[in-house]
Design a protein around this ligand. Structure first.
Ligand SMILES: Cc1ncc(COP(=O)(O)O)c(C=O)c1O
Length: 382
């Protein structure tokens, strides 16, 4: 009976003995936070991305919060409704209004044509998100940003390792934000990173990570150091610990292996589902490297997605739904958004389902998911 088999989650970390040793080494030393591992992780990350600056923080949400705050904007920011709530929440938390633009039916990324329809003189930035790990149409975003003189922020929580025209995500927007939550490409427990090539923004984001204080703790330590510091901006504590950064450095060394294994699994899935008429498998655009944070399938209208979800969960397959459109949450009611304005988001969010995908997944687990998808569809068709 499939119910007796172990639960396969949709995502999870892969932490080995080497990672654990790196963490415990730091825990045995004197700096467990605000120490040298933070900068070491930032340098390793910036080198991987090929960008000038990286700022390590305590979550992807903090990364977004600091990114938006650093641009000192008043007005509106255009974003996707087909994302985790943190993307648009950080716009609101910074006193700005989120304005949603519908997504594309093939990649589920924000549609540049829809963005253009939403631009007014109040628009200050576009905050786009690379759904599932497939980069948005970044060239078009840049064209729009240049034409209207607005900022570009990239929520790349799904897209560590992704490339657009052979260039790593993390280099294209004014500021890019990553997450190291355990279901993401690399895990630090909680954690995130911000990248930019703009020195002024980098310096401001360093301040915002630490209450707006101009001198880090490490510079106020020791017999010759002064106690003096200034608080130049209003910020909060978004710092990450040294032992998390030690884990991040160690995980980064395995990132290419993680990415390759993710891709390998998605190929097995897409091949297995290619002839099933009720299933549409993901579209991959030319000129991108997909980072495969999520593998989603789209069910046709003959299959009730929620019933499919319940049957799969009953078989201990940890399917999920990414995403409930953000404007549907009760907090967002005050923005009086009409879902009919987002026909693509509405349609996709009603039919999409996420299948388990993580590098540690065994081929037997992949085969079990495929078998259960097929048998569930057959049960539903009876
Ligand atoms: C698209 C997106 N943005 C932002 C976040 C927030 O990241 P974190 O959980 O690290 O705060 C997530 C995490 O789930 C996400 O998927």
């Amino acid at each position: 009976m499939s119910q007796d088999k172990k639960y396969i989650p949709y995502g999870m970390q892969w932490i080995d003995e080497k990672d654990i040793k790196k963490i415990t080494d730091v825990l045995k030393g004197s700096w467990i936070t605000t120490g040298p591992k933070i900068h070491e992780f930032e340098r390793a990350f910036a080198e991987y991305i090929g960008c000038k600056y990286a700022v390590a923080v305590n979550s992807g949400t903090s990364a977004l919060n600091i990114a938006v705050a650093s641009l000192d904007m008043k007005g509106e920011v255009i974003t996707t409704p087909f994302t985790f709530a943190a993307t648009s929440n950080m716009i609101i938390l910074n006193g700005l209004k989120p304005v949603f633009a519908d997504i594309k039916p093939d990649t589920y990324n924000i549609n540049p044509d829809e963005i253009k329809k939403k631009i007014t003189d109040k628009t200050k930035a576009i905050l786009y998100m690379d759904y599932a790990g497939q980069p948005c149409d970044i060239e078009k975003m840049r064209e729009i940003a240049t034409e209207y003189n607005i900022h570009l922020i990239e929520d790349a929580a799904h897209a560590l390792g992704a490339e657009y025209r052979n260039k790593k995500v993390g280099n294209m927007a004014d500021i890019t934000c990553f997450s190291f939550h355990p279901v993401k490409h690399i895990a630090t427990g909680e954690g995130g990173m911000i990248t930019t090539n703009n020195e002024k923004l980098y310096k401001k984001m360093l301040l915002l990570r630490n209450h707006g204080i101009d001198k880090p703790t490490s510079e106020r330590f020791g017999s010759q150091a002064s106690y003096m510091y200034d608080m130049k901006l209003l910020g909060t504590n978004c710092r990450i610990t040294d032992f998390q950064c030690a884990l991040g450095i160690s995980q980064l060394e395995k990132l290419e292996m993680f990415l390759k294994r993710r891709e390998e699994i998605t190929k097995i899935y897409s091949k297995a589902f290619e002839d099933i008429k009720e299933i549409t498998t993901p579209t991959i655009k030319k000129n991108v490297r997909h980072a495969w944070h999520l593998y989603t399938i789209l069910l046709d209208n003959s299959i009730n997605r929620d019933e499919f979800f319940n049957l799969m969960r009953a078989k201990n397959i940890g399917v999920n739904v990414h995403y409930i459109p953000v404007y549907r949450f009760s907090y967002y009611k005050k923005f009086r958004i009409n879902p009919k304005e987002f026909p693509v988001t509405e349609d996709i969010s009603n039919r999409i389902i996420t299948l388990p995908l993580f590098p540690k997944m065994k081929n037997d687990d992949v085969r079990r998911v495929i078998t259960e998808v097929k048998s569930t569809l057959n049960e539903m068709k009876k």
